[in-house]
Design a protein around this ligand. Sequence first.
Ligand SMILES: [Zn+2]
Ligand SMILES: [Zn+2]
Length: 352
Amino acid sequence: MKSAVGGQAGSYTTNPFDLFEAFFGPSMGGFPGMDGSGFGMPRRSTVTKGEDLRYDMTLEFSAAIFGTEKEFELSHLETCEVCDGTGAKVGSKMRICSTCGGRGQVMRTEQTPFGMFSQVSVCPNCGGNGEMISEFCRKCSGAGRIRVKKDIKVKIPPGVSKGSILRVAGEGDAGPKGGPPGDLYVYLDIEEIPEIQREGINLSSTVSISYLDAILGTIVKAKTVEGTTELQIPPGTQPGDVLVLARKGAPKLNRPSIRGDHLFTIKVSIPKRVSTKERELLEELASLVNTPVNRTKTRPKVQQPAQTTESESGSITQKPDESEVQNDLWKQLKDFAGSVANGALKWFKDNL
Ligand SMILES: [Zn+2]
Ligand SMILES: [Zn+2]
């Protein structure tokens, strides 16, 4: 049975099928694509899974948080239903491959410096089937698959984020020759909005308030993913303070009972210009709260009666209650001076 392929000295002589059996055993059990019928015989089609597909989708900011349903048109390959993926016209007969004579493989012999080598490979003509389609299916022109557009509906769970991938099983390309389809992978991107930033399950925003509102406290309207809400700014809020609306963030993916917070960072705006009236009021305010050392440095024009009348006010550590006392003293002095003046005037009127 052995056939001499070479013929020269040192030539390698073998029957390729024996060689194959020596490697894998005669049964070929478990070898992918093998069905036990053995080499050299027309094989049944190997089952090959179709390609996975990728589809890119951009979601609105709130849709990613609350979840949504999306429908889109996908172009993929489906098994031709006319020929059931075989590619052959229904009722037509297969013909034996002329290249391999029905074996499915071809033997190639090569001359190398070490002699002649024989190599077995899958028949390039029939792809290893050993037979050829004599008449192609008209629907798919023999491909066994046809490209179709299909509306795909996907349910986006709450809490997805940029880079999340959804798998839609079985919506990839159909496999060749009726093989099972691959899967569709939907890659998600999330639209950004200027008002709210997202970091994982937490959301953050910046709220600008006036310095007066920061001091006095106020209620501002703030945008959340659930709509506009009123945000309570407590009196004495500092720039950079963070106010938290608990459980107004994004839900945790696949665990929607866990929800993040919405954090509002407070920005306090200081006016660059104030009106004359505002300035007067602010200076009056400053005279109330500023210490003299600060005032003389920043606002030298401001006068205070207690300072001008009392020599004792040279003391740097003047306290508010002290200045009150001094103010009272000044008032008393004025009243006293006024009463003296009035008394003198009365005396002149009465006696002249
Ligand atoms: Zn077909
Ligand atoms: Zn062939």
